[in-house]
Design a protein around this ligand. Structure first.
Ligand code: PMP
Length: 453
């Protein structure tokens, strides 16, 4: 490749390398891809390489990566320590039908940093982790139903792909949301076992949980629901949730697949959650596929086979594969308390500067989030629920335009306005984002004057 080009969206040009690759891709894969969450129209760019917080597309255009593979890269791309550890492991073997010491090391690291976790078992995706966590909860309690929050995403598992993306109209009342399937192909019978709760609404949650108290095995919560708007939990919300679930013998699951990056001990430490079970993924795999189920020894013993059939079998050809385990160990080892503090401090500055820019430019926009996570909403109406965060077509259209304008000015975030920082970033990268945002908003408000406050 020639000299890196600093910005631009030449990947959209029909003659670009990305366009040509995409035309080739659609011949062999439905919609030209294997991951619906990263697809946008007319087509995405093709990635060439990444180094730290900079990614380069196949056109040779560099962008600052505030996407970080949907938050799974905590140190950015190709961290030298991770590359070294993985390279050494590659030479020793990648898939082994036996145990390796590396899984003990990553397990110990996570058990040591989270008080609610006494035991942990690995899988290969957050989806699998959630699926097993729910299965354990059902086996432990002898009940079938689960409750989840409206708008919360927990991966592509039948019982959690309920009420994830529905419009407020499809969801019935806000006080008692309906259970809505998010995908065709999921048996309708799933709906009778999935109860939907409105996040942060204690009175409604109490009412719904009490209605199902004898049949609910667990309540699963993304500590700060990303798809639900990245709204912080209200003060005392998780204390209330812990008390009511404990009262009725219902387990509390913290789905920390995305939010584990929030602090040293994850979202549960940041928001004072005391879960029975935790599902993990993303950052703990150091950039490789991973999932994990974790919790108290008393519940996790469901996995123990010990010569007989485990109550909950936990197989998986690539579970705890040593490449993921060493990448995870090095990554999490480096994401120690000082690193967490530094990253979160930088991210606080980021949100403060962005809010300052919105005010200065008199734009109807706001940024929500905590720790190293952020989500931009193109409205100045208060966002207190999934329904407030829901993007009707007009808001979605403006967000998509903003996304492309940011890409054009050298910034990569997720198309719905979600992003995160990595330890590979510094204040200068935050400032580059702010400059790019100012440039992008200047033309966006010309096209959409209704965005002016
Ligand atoms: N749970 C949560 C909270 C998630 O954010 C995600 C993925 N974004 C998942 C589960 C699923 O993880 P994976 O994509 O690794 O299957």
């Amino acid at each position: 490749m020639s000299e890196p080009k600093k910005a631009g969206n030449m990947f959209l040009d029909p003659t670009s390398h990305s366009s040509r690759l995409f035309r080739e891709a659609v011949k062999y894969m439905p919609g030209g891809n294997s991951r619906t969450s990263i697809i946008y129209s007319p087509h995405p760019f093709y990635f060439h390489s990444g180094q730290g917080c900079v990614i380069t597309d196949v056109e040779g255009v560099e962008r600052l990566d505030f996407h970080n593979n949907y938050t799974s890269l905590i140190h950015g791309h190709a961290d030298p320590d991770v590359v070294k550890a993985v390279s050494q492991q590659l030479k020793k073997g990648t898939a082994i039908g036996a145990l390796t010491e590396s899984e003990i090391q990553l397990a110990k690291l996570i058990v040591d940093r989270v008080p609610s976790i006494e035991q942990i078992g690995f899988a290969n995706s957050g989806t699998e982790a959630v699926m097993l966590t729910i299965r354990i909860a059902r086996a432990f309690t002898g009940r079938d139903k689960i409750a989840k929050f409206e708008g919360s995403y927990h991966g592509s598992y039948d019982h959690t792909e309920v009420s994830v993306m529905n419009s407020p109209e499809e969801g019935g009342t806000a006080y008692e949301p309906a259970s809505v399937l998010d995908s065709e192909g999921i048996p309708g019978t799933v709906l009778k076992d999935v109860v939907v709760l409105p996040f942060n609404d204690e009175e409604a949650v109490k009412h719904i949980i009490e209605k199902h108290r004898d049949t609910l095995s667990a309540v699963i919560a993304d500590p700060m629901p990303s798809r639900g708007g990245l709204i912080r939990p209200r003060e005392g919300f998780y204390k209330f949730l812990r008390e009511i679930t404990r009262k009725y013998g219902i387990l509390l699951i913290a789905d920390e697949v995305m939010m584990f990056r929030l602090s040293y001990g994850g979202g549960q430490e940041m928001f004072g959650i005391e879960p029975d079970l935790t599902s993990l993924g993303k950052i703990i795999g150091g950039g490789l596929p991973v999932g994990a189920v974790a919790g108290s020894a008393k519940i996790m013993e469901m996995f123990i086979a010990g010569g007989k059939h485990a109550r909950v079998p936990h197989a998986g050809t690539f579970n705890a594969n040593p490449v993921t385990m060493v990448a995870g160990r090095v990554t999490m080892g480096k994401f120690d308390k000082p690193a967490v503090e530094k990253l979160n401090g930088l991210s606080d500055n980021f949100r403060t500067k962005l809010t300052g820019l919105f005010t200065l430019m008199k734009v109807k926009a706001q940024v929500l989030g905590a720790g190293s996570m952020f989500r931009i909403h193109l409205t100045d109406d208060p966002i207190n629920s999934y329904r407030d965060a829901y993007m009707y077509p007009h808001r979605k259209e403006m967000m998509t335009k903003l996304f492309f304008k940011l890409m054009d000015t050298g910034i990569y975030i997720a198309p719905e306005g979600i992003g995160c920082l990595s330890t590979a970033m510094a204040e200068k990268d935050v400032d580059s984002f702010i400059v790019a945002m100012e440039t992008s908003l200047t033309t966006l408000i010309e096209e959409y004057p209704e965005l002016r406050a």
